[in-house]
Write a protein that binds this ligand. Structure first.
Ligand SMILES: Cc1cc2nc3c(=O)[nH]c(=O)nc-3n(C[C@H](O)[C@H](O)[C@H](O)COP(=O)(O)OP(=O)(O)OC[C@H]3O[C@@H](n4cnc5c(N)ncnc54)[C@H](O)[C@@H]3O)c2cc1C
Length: 458
């Protein structure tokens, strides 16, 4: 009989699952993507600013993993025929804002955790003598710890506050003291199981890395991330249901899945043979009837993008990160037209995108768009040491609860949750398997493999 599969959530994880299902399943299999918002893509959405394409969400992705192989996101883009559309950032340094001034980020760290404490260029003063061999590995097998807890104990507070926090914050908008080492730095968690010092563990992780020197670390789709979304939707050949969130998911007596979607007064009902659930933690918890799933915390951020008159001068950097202790609402800034050569080649305004807010700072984002833009412009000017010209165009994009904050033990909790799921239901996406686009693509593809194996066996 012709099988029907529902993918709930049309972000990149759900779309990667849908494409993989199309590739695996016999022709005639019906794939239905249910997306609760009016558009596919989730955190991937290309906008427009001053005549340029500027990302309103994720901007780029890792091009290769620590094993040196092409990342799942690059492989996915190639599968969609977008290999030629991939672009890479210019080799421009990024900076840290320390004491209100921009200073180069010390090289050779692992997400801010140094392997050589003598090479911090004065950015942070490490505690002396704490990273000693205590006759046992830093971490028991399979154990987890907050990144901040480990690094504070071994290197002292400044290394965490000035280096690790801003670097992790650049990705998670979260604090090192609350983020899981195992999820956010899996390579370091692995070497910490055998090494007796943090410096040794960092160096061992760096030595294991097979990243090819000179090969670009990041990639993006030249025409914008929305092109990846459109290409995925078209390759999946799925029926797409937009603007109607799935509200209930239950098992039928025959072992199929019943979905109730849309508004409560006039709900839609559908029945399928298998489900990939690729939504954030709160809707996942509701649909699974498991409140524990919804306990994953999220950070909210706002992006303020400004198009400055052509010729406006910005520092010759790809951008900068601001440690939380600096007290600014601005967490990071990206100088788009410096960072991306394909943008720099086209005539048009100078574009800077500022990221505001961190985990636990939701109150500080309670400003209207004009006030948020004014703060972004003022703080940016102070940090680069020059008043910014008035923007010719601007927007604010808010991502309320946009970034998951994986607490220590997250990976074990997800493994237990998966072990208790009925067959024919697979989980995917950033709520479970990591925030980066490659992790989300790989997670969607794994979920598709799981439901395909289940359907094959039935
Ligand atoms: C501002 C920002 C910048 C980022 N920058 C980068 C970056 O540069 N590089 C990088 O690798 N990562 C970046 N990320 C992270 C990355 O974009 C996300 O982790 C990833 O896109 C999440 O994909 P997803 O499919 O798991 O979830 P989502 O994109 O959240 O998609 C889930 C979808 O499910 C839908 N949904 C929710 N509930 C229901 C329901 N009940 N029924 C149906 N549909 C529902 C939602 O509307 C949404 O479209 C960034 C994230 C943010 C917020």
């Amino acid at each position: 009989m012709r099988k029907r599969i529902a993918v709930i959530g049309g972000g990149i994880a759900g779309l990667a699952a849908a494409v993989r299902l199309r590739d695996l399943t016999p022709s005639g299999t019906e794939i239905v993507v249910f997306e609760g918002s009016p558009a596919l893509g989730g955190k991937l959405h290309t906008g427009e600013l001053g005549g340029r394409r500027v990302e309103r969400g994720a901007e780029s992705f890792l091009a290769s993993g620590s094993d040196g192989a092409e990342s799942a996101a690059v492989a996915f883009a190639r599968r969609l025929g977008l290999g030629e559309a991939l672009v890479h950032p210019a080799a421009r340094p990024a900076a840290l804002a320390i004491g209100g001034r921009l200073t180069p980020i010390p090289g050779g760290t692992l997400v801010g955790v140094p392997g050589d404490l003598s090479a911090l260029d004065g950015v942070a003063l490490p505690a002396s003598g704490a990273d000693v061999d205590r006759g046992r590995p830093l971490l028991a097998p399979g154990a987890d710890v907050a990144v901040g807890e480990l690094v504070r104990e071994r290197y002292g507070d400044e290394v965490v506050d000035r280096l690790v926090d801003p670097m992790l914050g650049g990705v998670y908008a979260g604090r090192a003291d609350r983020l899981s080492l195992r999820v956010t730095m899996p390579q370091l968690a692995a070497t910490a199981e055998t090494e007796h010092t943090l410096a040794g563990a960092v160096r061992a992780a760096q030595a294991r890395s097979r990243r090819v020197p000179g090969r670009p670390v990041f990639a993006a789709v030249g025409d914008g991330m929305s092109r990846l979304v459109d290409a995925a939707a078209s390759a999946a050949g799925a029926r797409v249901v937009l603007g109607l969130p799935v509200r209930e998911l239950s098992r039928t007596p025959a072992g199929r899945w019943k979905l109730i979607f849309g508004s409560a007064p006039s709900p839609g009902v559908d029945e399928v043979d298998a489900v990939v659930l690729a939504v954030p933690a709160s809707p996942a918890a509701r649909l699974l009837g498991d409140p524990a799933v919804g306990e994953l915390a999220y950070a909210s951020v706002a992006l303020a993008a400004m198009a400055l008159p052509a010729g406006a001068t910005l520092p010759d950097l790809s951008g900068f990160l601001v440690p939380p202790g600096e007290g600014t609402l601005v967490k990071a800034a990206t100088f788009f037209t410096t960072k991306w050569p394909h943008l720099a080649r086209e005539p048009g305004p100078v574009v800077v995108r500022v990221s505001l807010g961190r985990a636990g700072e939701e109150d500080r984002l309670q400003l209207d768009d004009a006030s948020l833009l004014a703060v972004a412009r003022r703080e940016l000017g102070e940090l680069i040491g020059a008043e910014l010209p008035a923007p010719v165009d601007s927007w604010v994009q808010r991502w309320g609860g946009g970034l998951p904050q994986y607490a220590p033990g997250h990976a074990d909790r997800v493994a237990r949750l998966r072990a208790g799921l009925p067959e024919g239901l697979a989980l995917a996406g950033a709520a479970f398997d990591g925030v980066g686009i490659p992790a989300c693509v790989a997670s969607g593809e794994r979920a598709a493999d799981d439901v395909y194996r289940f359907l094959e066996g039935n």
